[in-house]
Ligand binder design. Structure first.
Ligand SMILES: *Cc1c(COP(=O)(O)O)cnc(C)c1O
Length: 395
């Protein structure tokens, strides 16, 4: 009898015994403020559906019409027969929305990082990367074969120190940071980082996955938030969070985007995004350009929820965005808190080591424009009840 796969069962058992096994819940409803999760209707504090676009009538109608006209599959990679007029239109609309020269879309935000970074640097170069950057940035950096120099989180002075220490040792340099960090909800000091990039003439890339549709005027993202238009070489992003659909994007300098069309591997070797997805993304841009109502509501909800959580006595960490961590300390407490919330009809994820540092386990609440004040009040009531039950809150 073959034994060659036995190690997997041992590893899985080990994950279960050490509490690192991921039990994945199943959703059987559309995305929105409320979800049906494992057969139970619960308040949704987990999704990246910041603006409620994932089931917005404009987007679903546009996608349906697109399927009727273009069918469901792209049937080719972009460079062979997969580029439809829809893809080019979306790229133009995204570039205009962001106020940059050009944009190129990919199948996901993860793909956008795997596409962009290896096209810009190689083994003679150097990447300066925030130590808390997203996994897809890390993988993109590794794929490039370039040496990776990690600077202290959100620390432009440490970045500058490392650049000067390594001066003369690399051909091209690329600085990469997340815009919004998804575990803490803090924002990269992109203004200070951009000054360092300019001083040493290094390329600058920001991954604005949690900033698009959230930060800046009408959700135009972190570059707009810091008013750095024209000063960031490439903004990578996703169409799967605030935009509510699926896909990734790299936007910025025209030549750089042209180079990605020639060289980025997910663009060359993986099929194009589907017509329905692309059309839904176009409808998302329409919604964002038409009015700031959803972005305004997102921030209004964010302030309301955070203010009330702090008033109840919860520690919401360093967040300055709709990502709201509720700091609890140890992993078992955070996991118990999440289970008890679920019993109260609230779906909110516990995050612990290794996703976040030891002793910094938390519940992460994702606020959305889809939440009503009543929804948020229901959430606050559940947090207060469980907080008292578990001794996190006094009284
Ligand atoms: C979510 C996320 C991604 C991945 O985006 P997908 O479209 O879901 O693949 C990439 N980078 C960052 C910073 C993210 O938060």
């Amino acid at each position: 009898m073959t034994q060659k796969l036995n190690w997997i069962e041992e590893e899985l058992t080990n994950l279960k015994e050490t509490g690192f096994y991921n039990r994945i819940r199943t959703i059987s409803s559309p995305q929105g403020a409320w979800l049906e999760v494992d057969g139970k209707r619960v308040l949704n504090f987990c999704s990246n559906n910041y603006l409620g676009l994932a089931n917005h009538p404009d987007l679903t109608a546009a996608a349906s019409a697109s399927i009727a006209k273009y069918g469901v599959g792209p049937a080719a990679v972009r460079t062979i027969a997969g580029t439809m007029d829809l893809h080019l239109l979306l790229e133009q609309r995204l570039a205009a929305f962001k106020g940059v020269d050009a944009a190129i879309t990919f199948q996901s935000g993860f793909c956008a990082n795997l596409a962009t970074i290896p096209a810009l640097v190689g083994k003679e170069d150097a990447i300066f990367s925030d130590e808390l950057n997203h996994a897809s940035i890390i993988d993109g950096c590794r794929l490039s074969g370039s040496p990776i120099i990690r600077y202290a989180h959100a620390n432009a002075a440490d970045l500058e120190r490392l650049i000067t220490e390594n001066q003369g040792k690399f051909r091209r340099g690329l600085i990469i940071t997340d815009g919004v960090f998804s575990m803490d909800g803090d924002i990269a000091p992109l203004d200070a980082i951009q000054q360092v990039a300019e001083k040493y003439d290094l390329m600058l890339m920001v991954d604005d996955a949690h900033g698009e549709g959230v930060l800046g005027r009408g959700g135009r993202g972190i570059v707009d938030h810091f008013n750095l238009h024209g000063k960031v070489d490439v903004e990578v992003g996703t169409l799967s969070k605030a935009f509510g659909v699926m896909g990734g994007v790299a936007a910025g300098n025209a030549n750089l985007v042209e180079w990605l069309r020639q060289r980025s591997r997910p663009f060359l070797f993986s099929s194009a995004a589907t017509p329905a997805d692309v059309t839904a993304c176009l409808a998302a841009v329409d919604v964002l350009e038409r009015s700031t109502e959803l972005v305004d509501r997102l921030w209004d909800n964010t302030r309301y929820f955070k203010d009330h959580m702090r008033a109840l006595g919860f520690d919401t960490g360093n967040s300055v965005t709709p990502i709201t961590p509720i700091m609890l300390g140890e992993v078992p407490l955070a996991q118990q808190f999440s289970r008890d919330l679920f019993d109260q009809g609230v779906f909110a994820m516990a995050l612990g080591f290794p996703t976040v540092p030891r002793g910094k386990a938390r519940i992460r609440v994702m606020i959305s424009a889809a939440h009503t004040k009543d929804d948020l009040d229901a959430g606050l009531t559940a947090f207060q009840k469980v907080g008292k039950q578990l001794g996190v809150l006094g009284g």
